[in-house]
Design a protein around this ligand. Structure first.
Ligand SMILES: [Fe+2]
Ligand SMILES: [Fe+2]
Length: 275
């Protein structure tokens, strides 16, 4: 089983030639499925792009959403539109809303994740993401509430992840977790370095990280590989012997297959995308 992994394609920034290159790259990989770890597009265009991608490649697409996918709408309205699109298209699977998927002896699960203000120094940070202007949940709230909204979103993802990890573990001891935001500061790369206190509140999904560490420690016989994006810079962080986080890079306007995940007999290996 071969799975093409794409993160942060931001397809609304993508000219037709770049789109054609992405589709032919996916087809050349000779994969059986695609994993998409968020920032697919923005607003209503997310559903359009998911359908367009599924129709173009004719393969199952297992995806989570990134912060950009909620732009020009609210989080709940976006998720409702996504659920409706998934119900109507047999190739689309929103992992956040899905039971674990068994693939070749590996359990695939996913949650959106959120930079949840639990890591770094939110109070002193000078970062103000476009999220606060372009997602209704923030724009319509007082800035004094943003920190608690971020924490609540992170907590929601973490609780969902805890439950998915437990049910996945009943299927298989090898787990593949897809999320948008790196769950640890050590996995949050930018140009070869990990993030500082200024950016970490918005680039680390700390409560999901806590859930992963707790699970990895309590289930030493299980192995967890996590795939994420969001920072547009790549790197690998080994958090425990049985917990490895791979963050993939991305460039606006030039979406690509970041890697091919090969699943065989309950093992997961990653090929750099040569296709
Ligand atoms: Fe992105
Ligand atoms: Fe993002």
């Amino acid at each position: 089983m071969r799975i093409a992994w794409i993160t942060d394609p931001h397809l609304n920034h993508c000219a037709l030639a770049a789109w054609d290159r992405l589709i032919s790259q996916v087809l050349q990989c000779q994969c059986d499925a695609v994993i998409l770890s968020g920032d697919i597009s923005e607003g209503e265009d997310v559903v359009f792009q998911l359908r367009r991608l599924a129709d173009a490649i004719g393969l199952p697409i297992h995806f989570v959403l990134g912060n950009h996918d909620f732009y020009h709408s609210s989080i709940e309205r976006t998720r409702d539109a996504i659920r409706k699109a998934v119900a109507e298209h047999p190739l689309l699977n929103y992992l956040t809303d899905s039971a674990p998927v068994s693939i070749g002896g590996v359990a695939l699960i996913g949650v959106d994740g959120w930079g949840d203000a639990t890591v770094g120094d939110y109070q002193r940070s000078t970062v103000r993401l476009n999220d606060f202007r372009l997602i209704d949940d923030f724009f319509l709230a007082s800035p004094s509430l943003w920190k608690s909204i971020l924490r609540d979103l992170g907590q929601c993802s973490a609780r969902r992840l805890e439950s998915l990890l437990l049910s996945a573990n009943e299927l298989h001891k090898r787990l593949l977790v897809v999320t948008h935001v790196p769950p640890f500061r050590q996995a949050c790369w930018y140009q070869g370095k990990t993030t500082d206190d200024n950016w970490a509140p918005f680039f680390v999904s700390g409560q999901c990280g806590d859930a992963l560490i707790d699970f990895a420690q309590s289930k030493p016989d299980s192995t967890i590989d996590v795939l994420c994006g969001h920072t547009h810079s790549g790197g690998i962080a080994k958090m425990r012997d049985n917990l490895i986080i791979t963050t993939a890079g991305a460039d606006y306007g030039s979406p690509k297959v970041a890697a091919v995940i090969v699943i065989s007999d309950g093992q997961v290996t990653m090929e750099k995308a040569a296709c």
